[in-house]
Design a protein around this ligand. Structure first.
Ligand code: SAH
Length: 224
């Protein structure tokens, strides 16, 4: 994992402040992200602390970045778009599948009551937890396992976010969505997906296609 204390980019706080400001202006606002709370959180959260020190200088470019174990941290625009699509008010309990580096987890944690995050690779889960603790983010529950099966204890969530590409929305996850809740997930083939928002309304659901996207595969019982 990135050695937090040795992260030189972090030490030069003003450089990263300016880089984040530019990231928000050029890659988020210019591409249509409007939610002021999402923009504010991403303006302050140190994305460079979520990648290896050697990649820190690229943390505020609009690119996906490797986080080890063959996985990637989504580009800032995608993180913002998915977060915005969840329409968080601050009161929600959110289930996130695919903790990865923990960056998306941290964005969510700043915008809702509690995040329940599941990661199948223990090494990534461990580093993510350390990073969030170092940032003083404590409203997160962690689980290591197959997130396509949902949260291990029976529970309903106001929002569910899947940050890995699934062949279809796992029914196990749909069952953990509270009435009136919404799930956002990339659905499609292993190579390309569409970002879907599915709102639970009464006995049915309202599905919207938000845009096309490209995520690493959701691996598991209800994934690939
Ligand atoms: N949101 C992350 C990036 C996600 S990359 C970030 O901000 O860094 C997708 C992550 O989903 C990877 O870490 C991968 O290991 C994880 N993943 C894939 N299938 C999974 C599953 N069935 N359950 C839990 N995590 C899974």
């Amino acid at each position: 994992m990135a050695n937090l204390s040795m992260n030189s980019f972090r030490a030069s706080g003003m450089v990263s402040d300016r880089a984040r400001e530019r990231m928000v202006r050029e890659f988020l606002e210019a591409r249509g992200i409007r939610n002021p709370r999402v923009l504010e959180v991403m303006r302050h959260l140190p994305r460079h602390m979520f990648v290896d020190e050697a990649l820190a200088e690229r943390a505020y470019s609009d690119s996906t970045l490797p986080i080890g174990c063959g996985q990637t941290l989504s580009q800032p625009y995608t993180v913002a778009r998915m977060t915005e699509a969840l329409e968080l008010t601050g009161a929600e309990e959110v289930l996130e599948i695919g903790t990865g580096s923990g960056y998306q987890t941290a964005v969510l944690a700043r915008l809702c009551r509690r995040v329940y995050t599941v990661e199948r690779l223990p090494e990534l889960a461990r580093s993510a937890r350390l990073r969030l603790q170092a940032l003083g983010i404590h409203n997160v529950s962690y689980h290591i396992g197959d997130g396509s099966l949902g949260w291990p204890q029976p529970r309903e969530f106001h929002r569910i976010l899947v940050t890995a590409g699934a062949p279809a929305a796992p029914a196990t996850l749909a069952r953990q969505l509270a009435p009136g809740g919404a799930m956002v997930l990339p659905e499609g083939t292993r190579q390309r997906q569409e970002l879907i928002r599915s709102r639970r309304r009464g006995p049915g659901e309202i599905r919207e296609v938000l845009e096309s996207c490209r995520f690493v595969p959701l691996v598991g019982a209800h994934g690939w």
